[in-house]
Design a protein around this ligand. Structure first.
Ligand code: ZN
Length: 408
């Protein structure tokens, strides 16, 4: 499977999480917990230790926070965040964790929590012992809890998982800027985990191509947009399954302005000569608080189904604008791709894919090539081709942002 992935994955870490190795054995965790309630020092010793640590902390946060990793336990004790003790296990609230991680981008989807921070995502479930961070599954001893609407995470377990975490320095902390509304782009690599998407004749999986192109696109855009108030997020950064409802909800939680989904095609009968690229935008948008269950894949629904009466369709005046803007973006994507690719331009088209229909913001879904065509499959394995496609998608987004005067 490795050959289909890009550089980052090949260079990347092995599959064994170091924390899991440590947590399998005994000890370790209780020793670390003592830090919060340290009593071994004399009063003066504690004071000096605090002054010393405070000094370290100031250096850490103001000048070098991008170089050093956080120590969750230290942060909690130094910044005097409230600690909750339940059955001798110490917890902090999710709010505290977000402050320490220096992010306010997170989403709660049913019992699942997604935290978006820099180039990373942290995911966990209430009452569940698995935490996903940096693409690895960590087994924790004490699951996160929800008590009276507050989400609590165990300090000890999270401290270990996040021991290599580097918080992102926000511009606001360097120079005081007035709070401007961020323009948020959510990039959505289609499929993932148990849902492979289309598979080529030589085994290339759509989910892997989509993710690699999405990460390259994110990297390109972050570089190009570093001095702007545009934020970029990914719905997934790893090979994991995320339902279509979750993708929509992530975009809603992040208050996204653009939802940009990346897919790779296959023709109905896997025709080997199928070729070209196409970009879809929605017919209409539907506003639902509780989203209907999705099937895997694109979940295309071209016609109104019986339970989708017209009255359910978003009545708000913005809808036509949002669809029109989606069309404009889709057309730019097609135009840019046709300048770069020799495969045929299949056009910007309307289709009511689930993620296009239920996302309230501007949304497009681009199909970058037919993986069922062995020549295209071969090309999509190539890191340079992926990079070229990612940059072209990035240039399309930049052009759209310029058109809207969001960037100069
Ligand atoms: Zn797909």
């Amino acid at each position: 499977m490795k050959y289909v992935l890009g550089e980052e994955k090949i260079k990347g870490r092995g599959n064994t999480p170091s924390f899991k190795e440590r947590s399998d054995g005994r000890g370790g965790s209780t020793r670390r917990l003592h830090f919060i309630f340290r009593t071994g020092f004399g009063k003066k010793g504690v004071f000096m230790k605090r002054v010393y640590l405070k000094f370290i902390y100031i250096i850490f946060f103001i000048f070098f926070s991008y170089l050093f990793s956080i120590d969750l336990e230290e942060e909690v004790s130094l910044r005097k965040f409230p600690v909750y003790s339940i059955k001798n296990v110490q917890y902090i609230s999710l709010k505290t964790l977000l402050k320490i991680l220096n992010t306010d981008n997170w989403a709660k989807i049913e019992d699942r929590i997604f935290i978006f921070t820099g180039d990373n995502q942290i995911k966990f479930r209430i009452d569940d012992n698995i935490v996903i961070y940096g693409g690895k599954n960590y087994e924790i001893k004490n699951p996160p809890k929800e008590i009276e609407g507050d989400i609590l995470v165990p300090i000890d377990d999270f401290s270990k998982i996040l021991s290599g975490f580097k918080p992102v320095v926000k511009k606001e902390y360097i120079k005081e800027e007035k709070e401007e509304k961020k323009f948020v782009i959510v990039i959505d690599p289609g499929h993932g985990g148990s849902d492979n998407g289309a598979i080529g004749n030589y085994g290339l999986k759509e989910k892997d191509v989509n993710l690699d192109v999405a990460i390259r696109l994110e990297k390109y855009l972050k570089k190009q947009l570093s001095d702007t108030s545009v934020d970029i997020f990914l719905t997934r950064r790893e090979d994991i399954f995320i339902s279509l409802e979750e993708r929509v909800n992530i975009a809603k939680s992040l208050n996204a302005d653009i939802f940009f989904s990346i897919h790779t095609n296959s023709s109905r009968f896997n025709r080997e000569n199928a070729t070209g690229f196409e970009t879809f935008y929605p017919y209409y948008k539907i506003e639902e608080n509780i989203l209907p269950k999705s099937t895997n894949g694109e979940g295309i629904l071209d016609e109104l189904t019986n339970d989708e009466t017209l009255s359910q369709i978003v009545s708000n005046l913005n809808e036509t604008d949002v669809i029109d803007e989606s069309r404009i973006l889709a057309e730019i994507v097609q135009e840019k791709l046709s300048e770069r690719l020799i495969t045929p331009d299949r056009g910007a088209k309307r289709a009511n894919f689930y993620v296009l229909k239920y996302t309230p913001m501007i949304s497009v879904l681009t199909e970058i090539g037919f993986i069922c065509n062995p020549v295209i499959e071969f090309n999509l394995k190539d890191v340079e081709v992926r990079q070229a496609i990612a940059e072209t998608l990035g240039k399309s987004i930049l052009e759209y942002l310029k058109k809207r005067e969001i960037i100069k």
